[in-house]
Design a protein around this ligand. Structure first.
Ligand code: ZLM
Ligand code: CA
Ligand code: ZN
Length: 406
């Protein structure tokens, strides 16, 4: 009736729990779980749930999270809330992780890079434990569907939190669901390729597998010298010369594609297809994890690229054409309406559906979110041309591909 069909010859599973939507990192904090509400509205509004097996996610267990994370950190995350934070910090078991205080600190840092201060990247907020263990549970359920061959493509838009370290939160990420997923996959698949199109470097995943030749990590990200304010684009790692831990068996199993600001669709397509194609050919993965951070889109509140939704989606299609078991995750994305557009479009690509471009405003509960005076209510309407000055020169990009190939 709505024209949505199940894909022929393969299966897609979709993992989600609406309880993640009510979370607030803080009033003006850029990370808005509400973007997941908008994504769900579009996916359901277009009827894409008819094309997939949908699963309500359950919270991950502490034992599952300990497969990568430090046990003290896991216990802290499981108990922390704005109400319990001070008391937990005072416990000797956790106090030893608190950094010494400095006079002119604007942010009161607690243990594990967590804080109740408003300006923190990783604030402690109401319902935080629930949120963390749910997005992790969704990724682990998606992974289970793949490793038990019950599905071919598994999707969790609430996952993809690539910066979290073993014993420390970083860059809006607390539990590294990607690392946990890949650790599970390694029990079934000989080699796993991780691809990261978030505008930020996938440092947490790269670091976790720096000594593991069975995992290749490949991140595309904004990278460059210090800006006017004396800062590097977060997290400041992922240089082209960073190819894994030197002198270990993991050397050469990390790839980084550092990109100047303003890259356009044509240039991104060239880079992505050349480098990803070569990586797949050389590494011969048995499964792929694709982190689809939507902050690489033009017009993102934190991003600095000029990629349109169509090209972002073409990265998903390119990876899907390998026909390898594929885990599709979310990640960053700070202009909510565009995040929802991109991830809905990519859900359609995963299920081989072509959506009418006019967003069905009568079906989405918040039509005003997708009505824009300048751009209308198109799903793929390309509204982001040249928002950032394009600092990418074709010759430099070609040089990069050659350098990475060696
Ligand atoms: N200050 N509020 C991407 C993670 C990016 C580190 C500079 C904090 C912000 C940002 C927080 C409400 C992913 C850094 C920033 C201000 C030290 C980053 C709270 C605005 C706000 O208004 C804000 C008061 C906040 C944070 C901007 N933080 C922008 N960029 C990065 C982290 C995560 O997309 O890759 C995956 C989900 N942090 O640049 C500072 C150096 C903390
Ligand atoms: Ca990236
Ligand atoms: Zn990001």
């Amino acid at each position: 009736e709505n024209g949505i069909t199940r894909p022929k010859g393969y299966k897609v599973s979709f993992h989600y729990n609406s309880r993640v939507e009510d979370m607030h990192f803080g009033k003006t904090h850029p990370m808005k779980p509400w973007r997941l509400t908008l994504t769900k509205h579009l996916v359901l509004g277009y009827g894409l749930h008819y094309a997939m097996d949908t699963y309500e996610a359950v919270a991950a267990g502490k034992d599952q999270v300990r497969a990568f994370h430090d046990p003290d950190y896991v216990d802290f995350l499981a108990q922390v809330s704005p109400q319990t934070f001070a008391d937990l910090c005072a416990m000797p078991r956790f106090a030893k992780y608190c950094p010494p205080k400095h006079e002119n600190d604007t942010i009161d840092l607690g243990p594990f890079n967590l804080s109740t201060s408003a300006g923190a990247d990783c604030p402690v907020f109401d319902g935080m434990s629930t949120y963390l263990f749910l997005y992790t549970g969704a990724t682990l359920a998606a992974t289970h569907q793949l490793t038990t061959q019950q599905t071919d493509i598994a999707v969790n838009w609430s996952g993809g939190l690539h910066h979290a370290h073993r014993g420390e939160a970083s860059g809006f990420c607390y539990i590294n669901d990607i690392v946990l997923s890949i650790l599970d996959m390694l029990r079934y698949f000989p080699r796993v390729l991780y691809i990261d199109i978030d505008v930020h470097h996938g440092d947490g995943v790269e670091e976790a597998f720096q000594r593991q030749p069975r995992v290749m990590t490949l991140s595309y990200h904004r990278y460059g010298p210090y800006d006017e304010t004396g800062h590097k684009f977060f997290p400041g790692t992922g240089d082209i010369t960073d190819t894994g831990l030197k002198g270990t068996v993991g050397e050469h199993f990390a790839l980084n594609v550092p990109i100047p600001s303003g890259i356009d669709d044509r240039q991104y397509k060239f880079l992505f297809e050349a480098v990803t194609g070569r990586a797949i050919e050389a590494f011969n993965p048995s499964a792929i994890v694709l982190q689809c951070g939507a902050d690489s889109l033009g017009g993102d509140r934190l991003g600095q690229f000029n990629i349109n939704i169509k090209q972002h989606g073409e990265c998903v299609s390119f990876v899907k054409r390998t026909r390898l078991p594929l885990l599709i995750l979310g990640g960053g994305g700070y202009t909510a309406r565009n995040v929802a557009r991109a991830w809905c479009h990519e859900t359609a690509l995963a299920t081989d559906n072509v959506l009418p471009d006019a967003i069905p405003l009568d079906i989405v509960p918040r039509p005003e979110a997708f009505q824009n005076r300048a751009h209308g209510n198109g799903l793929l309407y390309p509204p982001f041309q040249r928002l950032h000055n394009n600092e990418c020169k074709d010759a430099d990009l070609e040089g990069m591909v050659k350098k990475i190939d060696t």
